[in-house]
Every structure is written in C-alpha cells, then in structure tokens.
Design a protein around this ligand. Structure first.
Ligand SMILES: Nc1ncnc2c1ncn2[C@@H]1O[C@H](COP(=O)(O)OP(=O)(O)OP(=O)(O)O)[C@@H](O)[C@H]1O
Length: 271
C-alpha cells in the first residue's frame, strides 16, 4: 500500500511524499524560470512507482514545463534557470555525471500530437533499439512484437509492419509512438495530453492502454480532461501558477478536495 497518501486525511496538511522505497521520482523544492519569469515555484512532491499520477491545472500553470524538466528537455534553452532537485530512483537527474541520453531512455515522453518518424512501422519501433545495441534480428523482432503488443497495436499492424507509419490513423500513430518509447524499456513514461488530438474511441483505447501499462512502469499524465484524469489516474496533483496546490489520491482530490481552489477547478468554475 502507498500508505502515506492513502491514509492522508482531510484535516491534515497535504502529504506530498511517498516512502523512499515507493518513489520513482522525487521532486524537492524545484523552481524554474524562463528568461527570469517563474514558471515553477518550489515544487515538492514524489511520484510512486507503478501508478498513474495525473498533473492537472489551468492552461499555463506549468504542467508541460514540469514534464520537460523531468526529461531535461530545457537543457538547450539558454533562457531557462532552475533550482532544487529532481531525483529518478534516488539519483539527481541534474547532477553533472548524469548521462542525458540514458536519462531519456529511462524516462520516455509522448506528446500531444503523434509524431511517428517518416519510416515504416517496424523501423519506428526499432529506431531507439538500433541506437542502443546491435541486436540479432531475431531478438530485435521479438522486442518489436512485445512493444507493439504492450501498446495494444500488434494485432492491427502485424501484417503491414513494413508500410509507412504515416498510413496509420491518428490513434494508431499515437499507440505506435508509445510502442517506440516502450521498446527501449523506460521505467517512467511521461504523457503530455496524449489523447487530446484523438477521436473518442481512440481516446478510450489510449486510456485503457495507460491503465494496463502501470504493471510495467510508472506513468505521469498531463491532461485537461477531468473525466480522463478521474478514469485513469491513481493520484492527482493540482497545479496553479507554477505551484503545487493539492496532491492526493484521485478519489480524494475529485470527491473530497481539501481546498476551495481545487474544487473550483475540477468543477469547472476555474479554467
Ligand atoms: N519555451 C518557453 N519560453 C518562455 N515561456 C514559456 C515557454 N514555455 C512555457 N512558457 C511559459 O511558462 C508558463 C507555463 O507554461 P506550460 O506550457 O508549462 O503550462 P501548461 O500548464 O502545460 O499549459 P497548457 O495546459 O496550456 O499546455 C506559461 O506562462 C508559459 O507561457
């Protein structure tokens, strides 16, 4: 059990940390500014392993900025300054000795718009694998089948693996991108509004996939869709103006929010 948050009660101060052995990610006093303008302010929370944690909050509150910070995607932006710590499995991801390529293998990221590469379905999934190892074809094929199966796409594409990925529907392309990410066996998957460009049926497939994937890895989902957060996540963090306002089990945050600001947001009175 994830006792620390599960047992949090409404009269206590919000609990934002899990026991050390339960944490995949630990964020400690993390702040980030673009050209001196703060986007994240002293965030402190931890994210439990093998659970889905949703980051919700109004547009501009810093959700995507936080995901990008976890993957060090701000590294090339010279206007960005940050302080505080983000630890992945106990290791500071901003430590000088961190291998950023290896970090991005361990922390996969999927964006709002599906972005398959202009190559075949097979080559899309093989892409990261080829960068990493020279695997015998048989072994590579097995991993590709496993990744496509894990992304709930294998049955739909197994007879056309060498066709262009761009021939797939938007929902299939997004599952292909997830398969491509899974192929290199990350421990954490960051999903930045992964279904917001998709039709309702494709959205439900992505949601089912997210629920199923937590047996394999830790997931963080950014979404504007409150029903989606309620349907798929175990924990929910509500952010506003770069701050963490409330964090708890999804059930608690949605049915018994501690703070009026959270309630206003989840009931649509604050956008
Ligand atoms: N590359 C950038 N350069 C400068 N400012 C940025 C940059 N990216 C984001 N910001 C600013 O940082 C703040 C947080 O933006 P961010 O995109 O993280 O919010 P968000 O919660 O993900 O929003 P949305 O839900 O609309 O995607 C906003 O004020 C935004 O304008």
């Amino acid at each position: 059990m994830l006792a620390s948050l599960d047992s949090a009660n409404a009269s206590q101060a919000p609990v934002t940390h899990f026991a050390a052995e339960q944490r995949a990610l630990s964020i400690e006093g993390f702040s980030l500014a673009y050209a001196g303008k703060p986007a994240l302010r002293e965030l402190t929370l931890s994210v439990p392993r093998h659970r889905v944690t949703a980051f919700i909050g109004p547009s501009g509150c810093g959700k995507s900025t936080l995901l990008r910070a976890i993957n060090r995607l701000h590294d090339l932006n010279e206007s960005v300054e940050h302080s505080g710590q983000i630890e992945l499995e106990g290791q500071d991801i901003y430590a000088p000795k961190t291998n950023v390529t290896e970090l991005r293998r361990r922390v996969g990221m999927v964006f709002q718009t599906p972005n398959p590469f202009p190559m075949s379905i097979y080559e899309n999934v093989a892409f990261g694998l080829r960068l990493q190892h020279r695997l015998p074809k048989r072994q590579r094929d097995d991993i590709i089948e496993w990744a496509l199966t894990s992304a709930a796409l294998w049955d739909e594409v197994k007879d056309r693996l060498h066709r262009s990925a761009w021939q797939l529907s938007g929902g299939q392309q997004q599952r292909l991108v997830i398969a491509r990410t899974l192929a290199v066996q990350p421990g954490v998957l960051l999903l930045d509004e992964p279904a917001s460009a998709l039709d309702p049926i494709s959205t439900l497939k992505i949601e089912e996939l997210i629920r199923n994937l937590k047996s394999q890895l830790t997931l963080i989902l950014v979404t504007h869709n409150m029903q989606q957060a309620a349907r798929v996540s175990d924990y929910t963090a509500f952010m506003h103006s770069g701050e963490l306002v409330e964090y708890g089990t999804t059930d608690q945050v949605f049915t018994n929010p501690r703070l009026q600001r959270t309630e206003n947001y989840i009931t649509g009175r604050m956008t």
